[in-house]
Write a protein that binds this ligand. Structure first.
Ligand code: SF4
Length: 353
């Protein structure tokens, strides 16, 4: 993504971090605005293609740190999100951001000294924080230099912070810029799917092998990595296709470097369905057997989800029986059926729940 147009709120224009980002997009046209909220109000119905989507550099006016909202009646893994950006250069068919926000702009919040002050005031004890809830954590790192500039400062707030980046990119150019003690606090996470699904539904994201090799390099450089199978799509041949992904993991990433894996099957709000139908008319992923759950999100029926999770758990255990694997946003009933216990009782998930 190289935006043709960047809007900059005037009162953060002079911040060094704003200047860092602007320097990395020298060819973009710049326009100054007073408040992103006014820009959104005027253009909330506009739909930009990813190639034409303007970037906005803005002040985060809410909290940076939020508890992961989870989903009603489902088990959450005590995760916090750090809200440093909204939007993504990739264009996944199933992405919830398409219906989540009325902000049509790729937005980066640049008042990150306020973020550090908030973290110093609010963090007391162990906490897992991810930056990949409302954006891809690393896709634009070569332009934003967030890791290089702010990650050592975030980790210095408290040794109790574990910071997870989630990505579908292979952007690891920054790996050797961090000191060893900072690396210990990081977990670099790759979302994985079979290449066939990446081709059809994860537009613009890195190929599977590139993600795996990026994870391999990160592990070789002393980082812990995480691997997320989310969303798992139930389609003909799913077992063989996911097995290919698992085989690549086994061949490339030492199990002792894997901090955790997660499994989550496809789910989406009813509001997302018409957006997918219009934007991706060839996609078939929303036409499987899907029913509304207690949180109203569409999901595969419970027996199918349980079948998928049991199969994936068995195959992951064949790589290494001790790997921590959790289910993302699943019901207590499904946890019981898959693990015979709830997450707090699963021995190797204590770090997470
Ligand atoms: S990588 Fe994540 S945030 Fe980006 S489009 Fe895909 S699902 Fe959405």
């Amino acid at each position: 993504m190289r935006p043709e147009l960047i809007y900059i709120e005037r009162d953060i224009a002079g911040l060094p971090y704003t200047q860092t980002i602007l320097q990395n997009f020298p060819e973009a046209r710049k326009e100054f605005i007073s408040d992103i909220r006014e820009l959104i109000r005027q253009n909330k119905k506009t739909v930009f293609t990813k190639a034409r989507q303007p970037l906005v550099l803005a002040r985060q006016r809410g909290r940076f740190l939020e508890k992961c909202p989870g989903t009603r009646e489902h088990i959450c893994c005590n995760y916090y999100t750090l809200h440093t950006a909204l939007g993504c250069p990739f264009d996944c068919t199933y992405c919830f951001l398409q219906s989540y926000s009325n902000n049509p702009y790729y937005t980066i919040y640049v008042n990150l000294d306020d973020m550090l002050a908030e973290l110093r005031a609010r963090i007391h004890g162990r906490i897992r924080i991810g930056t990949g809830e409302f954006t891809d954590s690393l896709a634009l790192e070569m332009y934003t230099q967030f890791v290089y500039t702010y990650v050592p400062l975030i980790c210095a707030v408290s040794p109790d912070i574990t910071l997870e980046f989630k990505t579908k990119s292979a952007e690891i150019s920054w790996l050797d810029s961090l000191e060893d003690f900072t690396r210990q606090q990081l977990v670099i996470a790759w979302s994985l799917n079979p290449q066939k699904l990446i081709d059809s539904a994860e537009h613009g994201a890195a190929p599977l092998l590139d993600r795996i090799l990026a994870a391999k390099t990160a592990a070789e450089q002393g980082y812990r990595v995480a691997l997320h199978f989310d969303p798992i799509i139930y389609a003909p041949g799913w077992q063989e296709q996911y097995q290919t992904v698992l085989d690549l993991i086994a061949q490339n990433i030492p199990p002792e470097k894997i901090a955790w894996l997660s499994l989550g099957t496809l789910r989406f709000t009813p509001a997302l369905k018409p957006i997918i139908e219009e934007k991706f008319p060839d996609s078939t992923i929303i036409y499987g057997e899907l029913f509304p759950g207690q949180d109203k999100k569409m999901r595969y029926p419970e027996p199918i989800r349980v079948k998928i999770y049991r199969h994936m758990l068995r195959q992951i255990a064949a790589i290494s029986p001790q790997l921590p694997v959790y289910l993302c946003m699943e019901s207590p009933e499904v946890w019981q059926k898959v693990y015979n216990q709830l997450p707090a009782q699963v021995e190797n998930l204590h770090e997470l729940f």
